[in-house]
Design a binder for this molecule. Sequence first.
Ligand code: ADP
Length: 294
Amino acid sequence: MITVENLTKRYGSTTAVQDVSFTVRPGSITGFLGPNGAGKSTTLRMLTGLTPPTSGLATIDDRRYVDLPNPGRVVGVMLDAAAQHPGRTGRETLLLNAGLLGAPKARVDEMLEAVGLSHAAKRRVGQYSLGMRQRLGIASALLGDPAVLILDEPANGMDPEGIRWMRGLLQDFAARGGTVILSSHLLGEVQATVDRLVVIGNGRIVADGPLDQLLAGSGTLVRGLDPAGLADALSAAGLQPESLPDGSVRVDATPEQVGRAAAAAGQILLELRQSDGAGLEDLFFQLTSAPAAA
Ligand code: ADP
């Protein structure tokens, strides 16, 4: 389990991360989402002991990363896939890391196979595409057979097939009880992979919860035979209907509350459904169009 409590990081007058708290539980894939400059990498670097926090605490299975005796056995980390040494082959890179971790050599070939790089194992990393480096980074993170994975922008540079492959790998990992956090600056890139979202903007958490709840967070859409009568019925029930140009009505309430209010007033419904997450899209759009923190 990953626990982040009131983490703050200041660089001089810049506050990169401000009072950030969240948890990631076993069996879950959490998307850490926010536009460029929002504070994702800084948070992940504090979580993995690379940057000391100004204040607050980040732990993995109740211990700070720096206090883990053999961290690679507990948590697999990929923060910058492009940083691998270009002159080594993929296999050499993994052999070196396996040596540091005390992982058996056989695990190297297993992981190369698992990430689909067996064919390129003897090529220098400098000749790898970014997507291949991401795969190598994931193989490296998995070498120590950890139960926790921390991946910074793992889908960056991957083609749709690569993203689909990674989704399967991470979902298998979580299904076996693994804990995963992966960052992204694109909602669409992670939406099908994650089950929870922590959204960060200008260094602060702006949304945190199960994906389906956040996507459903924009209420209920309802359409009736008599739009004006339906709006009156919903207002009379204490709800606040918002009439949309297409004649439907959006309400911040559950479909059941809306259905009951309509039934009580004898209104005939033509459509009743949860709104499709326009709220999260809107939130993300606002975040990505806002200037970065000064
Ligand atoms: P993200 O990963 O979401 O793109 P970062 O965590 O990299 O965001 O950056 C958050 C903010 O902190 C940005 O404004 C960035 O310029 C600033 N920042 C990050 N690292 C440093 C640093 N070493 N020194 C000064 N400012 C930094």
